[in-house]
Design a protein around this ligand. Structure first.
Ligand code: ZN
Length: 243
């Protein structure tokens, strides 16, 4: 099933849930689309699977301090894109696996917030383009997110402990997978590219060179938009489960 036009325009509707591995992933790969959805009136919810405890080369910072700092940065960056709700799961950074426990934890959040759209990493991408090896946490978070969307969040009898918590089954309508090597969907982020960059800048512990980071994001977005004649775009592998 292919999309009618590869260029998608976000519209109003149900909540959008961004499920990613680390603090800063949502802004980096999906900040443009998230900003557009938020502007269109959709509620945004982030679920960050790991504690971000490995994301520093500073020998003087302790993991608990780093975890607290990165969560605070993530809340600020999310707020900048219009997201007030950030759920942090406690899985250790750099150790994420697509386990049944992670699947259940994500199904729990899907049943709790009832998103119409889930945005996550493409779990099939072991590398992206010709200069980036995909972080194994990214693949693991994407695999667990897809399995949580279908069938775990939908099936009444899967993870009965969720029903016991009062969480009824929920069907997600659409999935957008970021950092995909075979995208079928382009989102024009020309109007929000600076907002995306500004949100990334709020991850202060992760960015050493502001200007270099901004140029990299502009360059990536320009390259992503080229095949569709867009100045700046984000690309996704898109699945519509309502059809
Ligand atoms: Zn990451």
């Amino acid at each position: 099933m292919s999309v009618q036009s590869p260029i998608q325009t976000p519209t109003g509707g149900g909540p959008v849930m961004a499920i990613f591995a680390h603090p800063d992933d949502p802004e980096f790969v999906a900040g443009g689309a998230l900003a557009l959805w938020s502007e269109a009136g959709r509620q945004l919810v982030y679920v960050i699977c790991t504690d971000g405890s490995k994301g520093s080369s500073d020998p003087n910072i302790s993991p608990p301090d780093l975890i607290a700092m990165r969560q605070e940065e993530q809340r600020g960056a999310a707020r900048h894109l219009g997201c007030e709700e950030v759920v942090f799961l406690p899985y250790p950074d750099a150790m994420l696996e697509p386990t049944l426990a992670l699947r259940r934890d994500l199904a729990r959040e899907i049943r709790r917030y009832k998103p119409a759209v889930v945005v996550c990493f493409d779990p099939t991408a072991y590398w992206v383009g010709d200069n980036y090896i995909q972080h194994p946490d990214h693949r693991a978070s994407g695999e667990a997110a897809l399995a949580a969307v279908f069938p775990a969040a939908r099936d009444r009898l899967t993870f009965p402990e969720l029903l016991a918590e009062g969480l009824e089954p929920h069907n997600v309508d659409e999935v957008y997978m970021a950092a995909a090597n075979a995208p079928n969907c382009w989102i024009d982020i020309g109007g929000v590219i600076e907002r995306k960059i500004a949100a990334m800048r709020l991850h202060k512990s992760q960015v050493r060179n502001w200007d270099g980071m901004a140029e990299m994001l502009r360059g990536m977005s320009r390259q992503a938009g080229e095949p569709q004649g867009l100045e700046y775009a984000e690309t996704y592998r898109y699945i519509n489960m309502r059809r």
